[in-house]
Design a protein around this ligand. Structure first.
Ligand code: 13P
Length: 259
């Protein structure tokens, strides 16, 4: 059995915020504040700031990545960006299948699957996002929706490939709404995801895949979320835009590690 331990991780998703100047100011302040943190710290930044910020974060605790990539190697795809371009610019990871991409840009599970395969092939670590809408939740369809997303997004991936993948459960009703999932509810869903991986890809995948929670994470709820057994880290939107709140999330998480 391959031995890979789950490690904790806090990810900032800056979405379409921050110019180069703002991003430089942010990392210059953040670097010394998170140097001693146990969880790894990732920043998913806009394409335009990636290269500059990756250089500034070299030899620090912080890894830089992107929020999306194209599924092709290269080609006539106006306005798109390839994984190889991101990697050369300094990206170590890429978020794939965020609900904003799925909802606003109609990304299907099949497309997400192609992007995941391409990211893994070129050595970018993907963070795959899954999550249900408020209507699906109210209908009691959460597990059904997640099963479909996981099954189709991860289709044909080997359990070895999963070693390099992080999963993020982001309930859509909790994103940008101030309506965080109850830590116990999030734990139940994370536990389900782990059992699903276990069932489809074997115990190793179930036990070792890192699973993050995202959706209105703030300094006030980070600790309680991180205390849950199957929550290995957090994916933070709004509260990752200020050094003050993001640094608190990283450092509170540090005090509540269960892995
Ligand atoms: P908020 O933290 O703003 O709810 O966003 C969550 C998210 O979408 C992270 O990817």
């Amino acid at each position: 059995m391959r031995s890979i331990k789950r490690t904790s991780l806090i990810v900032a998703n800056w979405k379409m915020y921050k110019t180069i100047e703002e991003a430089i100011r942010f990392v210059t302040e953040l670097i010394p504040l998170v140097e001693a943190s146990v969880p790894a710290v990732y920043l998913a930044v806009p394409f335009t700031v990636l290269h500059e910020i990756a250089i500034r974060c070299k030899s620090t605790k912080i890894a830089i990545g992107a929020q999306n990539m194209n599924e092709h190697e290269e080609g006539a795809f106006t306005g798109e960006i390839s994984g190889r371009m991101l990697k050369e610019a300094g990206a170590k990871f890429v978020i794939i299948g965020h609900s904003e991409r799925r909802q606003l840009y109609h990304e299907s599970n099949e497309l997400v699957n192609k992007k995941l395969k391409k990211a893994l092939e070129i050595g970018l670590k993907p963070i795959l996002c899954v999550g249900e809408t408020a209507a699906e939740r109210e209908k009691g369809d959460t597990i059904k929706v997640l099963t479909t997303q996981l099954r189709h997004s991860l289709a044909d991936l080997t359990s070895e490939a999963l070693d390099n993948l992080t999963l993020a459960y982001e309930p859509i009703w909790a994103i940008g709404t101030n309506q965080t999932a109850m830590p116990e509810t999030a734990q139940e869903i994370h536990h389900f995801c782990r059992r699903f991986l276990d069932h489809e890809w074997g115990t190793h995948a179930g036990q070792t895949t890192r699973i993050l929670y995202g959706g209105s994470v703030k300094p006030e709820n980070a600790g309680k979320l991180m205390e849950q057994k199957d929550i290995d880290g957090l994916l933070v939107g709004n509260a990752s835009l200020s050094v003050e709140s993001f640094e608190k999330i990283v450092n509170y998480s540090n005090q509540h590690l269960t892995i």
